[in-house]
Design a protein around this ligand. Sequence first.
Ligand code: SF4
Length: 201
Amino acid sequence: METAIDPLVRYSMACPALPTCGLAVTESERAMPGILDRIRALLDRVGLEQEHFVTRMTGCPNGCARPYLAELGFVGQSPSSYQIWLGADPHQTRLAQPYLDNLHIDNLEAALEPLFVYFKQEKQERVEPESFGDFCDRVGFDALRRFAAAYQPTPAKVRGKYRVGVRDEVYDRLKKHATEKGVHMSEISSKAIEAYLNSIE
Ligand code: SF4
């Protein structure tokens, strides 16, 4: 049976970075799958389940995976932190621009959630479809920053940012199963935890 690949994954690219490249200041290729899982979980949570865009990541500003042509680009700036680039178009005919400096990867959801919520609001008012990169470019970074500064996450959304650790072997099995079934790891984990809690209550 053919496995469905999330377009968010299919349109993503990362450079090798650590441990292969001596110029890397942070992770890229090894971190990208987990970061895409977190972006997918966030998109699902804000009601953008069908959304996908071009995401690229590099471990340093040399940009070997062309993050400056991504709708959402991560450029390694310091350990575990990235410069965030936004606003390229989905067909790579317009360059992105730097939006945020030194975003620690632990703060990924806090930084992206307002952008996705703003994107969804605009999407609901438009007749013509618009990509995430085109949206960022159209409204402009001043508007994005204003919206992000005023944004108040709901308690439910704050709760959704919590992460749960698992042993390496459990993570590997979870990832394998999720890839084979074409579902997100967060969805499987939530169901498994819920089933366990139901069984003991
Ligand atoms: S972008 Fe930087 S870290 Fe990534 S492969 Fe190129 S030089 Fe190495």
